[in-house]
Design a binder for this molecule. Structure first.
Ligand code: NAD
Length: 269
């Protein structure tokens, strides 16, 4: 067992996820917080501990990601796509582990991550929740086993501020179900129903959306047939599960060779 503390740095450390990650790294045995960056703003120069209402840890927020990569074994990045690509180039240069959680990467950005991963271990996941990744795997497996006699609908609920629907995660669950059935989601999906939509076509994968309150994210995949119904549900109660999954991914990547890995790889799914 490696007893040397595993040094983890956090880029975007003053963001909502960045602050969660500071707390998670500080709370994880065997891990040592190694620093954090922000591009600019009032957080720069502040002790990382103060950002999360804790006592000072003797490390201040800097703007120097290159220096952070030098001083760490792994860097966790929940920022914005352009920054993530820059951090991937630093990972490639130093060979350090990069955990990339930023969403909204387009195909060419993912391609850049893949190129950087030729020189460094990079774990990239649009959803780092361990429970949700298990739901993705279960959905694919159950859809494959049950076959098209079971109608699949995906129901999701989020807080009132969410602006897009269905959620990216609901669509990801639809992709998993479609993979299980060996079809293309875009060929069989119905993203909402309103008015005289007719009877449900065989093989359709439907979506339904609820919005309200402060719900962090509920997702249910329903498999309905004559005489029975199976419902697989995941409920997120806070964003802490993303931070836990990201730190777990960083620990998994310790000592691994270069490559672009997923949360499925981390969890052995
Ligand atoms: P946020 O806006 O609160 O935080 C982002 C932080 O990144 C900000 O503090 C910003 O100043 C910082 N940043 C921007 N450019 C930077 C740079 N060049 N260097 C260093 N820091 C930089 O957003 P958030 O809610 O924390 O989410 C961040 C990202 O993570 C979003 O893309 C979000 O969708 C994604 N996210 C992913 C998961 C997952 O499981 N993969 C979960 C939650 C959020």
């Amino acid at each position: 067992m490696n007893t040397t503390p595993y040094r983890i740095g956090i880029v975007g450390c003053a963001g909502r996820m960045g602050r969660m990650l500071i707390q998670e790294v500080l709370a994880t045995p065997g891990c040592a917080l190694a620093g954090g960056t922000e591009p600019t703003g009032p957080a720069v120069g502040t002790d990382l501990g103060f950002l999360v209402g804790a006592t000072g840890v003797g490390l201040t927020v800097t703007t120097d990601a290159a220096a952070l990569f030098q001083a760490t074994d792994a860097v966790i990045d929940f920022t914005v796509p352009a920054a993530t690509l820059y951090h991937a180039s630093l990972a490639a240069k130093t060979g350090k582990v990069l955990i990339a959680g930023t969403t909204g990467l387009d195909a060419s950005a993912v391609d850049s991550l893949r190129k950087a991963a030729a020189s460094a271990p990079i774990v990239y996941a649009p959803n780092f929740s361990v429970g949700m990744n298990i739901l993705f795997a279960l959905t694919e497996q159950v859809a494959a086993t049950l076959g098209p006699d079971y109608d699949i609908d995906i129901l999701e609920m989020h807080h009132r501020h969410k602006v897009d629907a269905p959620s990216g995660t609901a669509l990801g669950l639809g992709e998993a179900a479609a993979r299980g059935r060996k079809v293309k989601l875009a060929d069989v999906w119905r993203k909402s129903r309103d008015g005289q939509v007719g009877a449900r076509p065989r093989g359709e994968i439907g979506f339904a959306t609820l919005r309200g309150g402060d719900v962090a994210g509920d997702h249910t995949v329903m498999f309905a047939a004559d005489g029975e119904r199976i419902e697989l549900t995941h409920r997120a109660t806070s964003r802490v599960n993303f931070a836990k999954g990201a730190v777990r991914a960083a620990l998994w990547a310790r000592g691994r060779g270069p490559g672009l890995y997923s949360m499925g790889d981390v969890l052995g799914l």
